[in-house]
Design a protein around this ligand. Structure first.
Ligand SMILES: [Zn+2]
Length: 439
């Protein structure tokens, strides 16, 4: 068993706060068991993250203190530090660090404890899991969800609003800023208590440039430097990731799968994508674009997909395809909620479409399961309410197309986090960087 937050692995370094920072392993607890099963989650060194400091508003003392506090928080988001280390990392004098740390401590943002460093007495500073808050933002094609959570994994406030189809990135980001301000106001939380924000978008993010890559469900967002835009709008450290990756992260942090080292989260929505936790760490591949299972070929002569190929999984099992199939001759188009309600009401056409989709998903999962042998595959997205109506055909497809022992031992489950999974995972990005595991 490892003490919480103990560094277990050394990882390729990334430069933050003007120094080399090594990834730290975070220990998380399977909180549903009493046997305290432990797994390790690597803090994600590759999560797109801006290191650009914002200039202070000249002439304003409070703006300067805000900027200095942000610089200290950015360093503490990489784990606890002594005041001397903070001084080295930020370039601020030890007196300034000591002064700001005292103010932050008074506001409940950080806690301190005596320690020794190079044989000298020192004061270790860490973000306070009760006083400091993180924001999780989930941008969807038609929705925006913002959660405000404490670093001790309590949700302080959350709200979801609809966004117009085809909205531009700037409009989505402005809506997120407004919604966060509203939540802060309603919950009586001072903005200075928020140490950072995580954000998820339904599309691949090229980690080399932190831009939204081709293939996004939000085509209007492609090419946007999402990280820079969000940091500027929110005025706080920001971490971004793909929505399916955040779903996977939320299942092993907020959800019931904390003890699972190899987990796949499959999001079935307007698009289909997967997030992977492999050997206890989120898997990002080479440029950060992984889990594009929605474009696995299922029928070579099938329908043309938005990616340009034919017969991709999305042309059979995305909610967009299912709605198209089911709205023929029914007049007004409808949303995924109606797929769930009609299937639960045993509408035969809906049941058939759901069954076909599940079988196709299971087939694609069989190939992935053969490759990575996951312990759990969690299905999330707006169809989670279908329960076994969707899980059963997925299981049939998985068992048919995976090698027997893999098919039989892969546990399939619906996400218990529902529509909140991605926003909670986004908040967890901040916790992970701060080295805070669920207790
Ligand atoms: Zn495709």
């Amino acid at each position: 068993m490892h003490p919480a937050g103990a560094p277990l692995f050394q990882h390729p370094a990334e430069a933050v706060c003007g120094r080399e920072v090594h990834a730290k392993a975070v220990t998380c607890v399977n909180f549903l068991t009493t046997t305290m099963e432990w797994c390790t989650l690597l803090v994600m060194p590759a999560t797109p993250r801006s290191t650009k400091s914002r200039p202070p508003n000249p002439g304003s003392q409070s703006a300067l203190r805000h900027l200095n506090q942000q610089r200290i928080i950015e360093c503490l988001l990489n784990g606890p530090s002594t005041q001397a280390e903070l001084s080295r990392q930020t370039g601020l004098s030890t007196a300034t660090i000591s002064n700001i740390v005292r103010i932050m401590q008074g506001a409940g943002l950080v806690s301190t404890e005596p320690t020794t460093s190079s044989g000298r007495r020192a004061l270790n500073v860490r973000l306070n899991s009760n006083g400091a808050l993180a924001v999780g933002i989930d941008f969807g094609r038609r929705h925006l969800r913002v959660v405000l959570a404490s670093l001790s994994y309590h949700i302080i406030a959350e709200e979801s609003v609809e966004l117009p189809l085809g909205h531009h990135a700037e409009d989505g980001i402005a809506a997120a800023v407004d919604l966060l301000d509203k939540l802060l106001l309603e919950s009586g939380v001072d903005r200075s208590a928020v140490v950072g924000a995580g954000a998820g978008i339904p599309g691949p993010i090229d980690r080399r440039s932190s831009t939204v890559a081709q293939g996004a469900i939000l085509p209007e967002w492609v090419g946007i430097h999402i990280l820079e835009r969000l940091e500027k709008a929110l005025d706080m450290p920001v971490f971004v990731d793909n929505d399916a990756n955040l779903g996977a992260l939320s299942e092993v942090t907020w959800g019931p799968h904390g003890g699972v080292s190899n987990l796949m989260f499959l999001k079935i929505g307007s698009g289909i994508g997967a997030g992977l936790i492999l050997n206890g760490a989120p898997y990002y591949g080479t440029v950060g674009i992984t889990g594009e299972i929605g474009h696995a070929t299922i029928h070579e002569h099938g329908l043309v997909c938005r990616c340009g190929n034919r017969g991709c999984l999305e042309t059979i099992a995305s909610t967009t395809t299912m709605i198209e199939l089911l709205s023929r001759g029914r007049g007004e188009p409808f949303g995924p909620d109606k797929i769930v309600s009609d299937a639960l009401a045993r509408d035969s056409a809906t049941l058939r479409v759901v069954d076909d989709a599940g079988l196709a998903v299971g087939r694609a999962l069989g190939n992935v399961a053969n490759l990575i042998n996951p312990e759990v595959i969690v299905v999330g997205g707006p169809l989670a309410g279908l329960g076994n109506l969707l899980l059963d055909p997925i299981h049939r497809g998985l068992v048919r197309h995976a090698v027997p022992v893999v098919g039989e031992t892969t546990h399939l489950a619906m996400s218990s986090l529902g529509a909140r999974a991605e926003a909670l995972g986004a908040a967890a990005l901040v916790f992970q960087h701060a080295g805070i595991a669920r207790a």
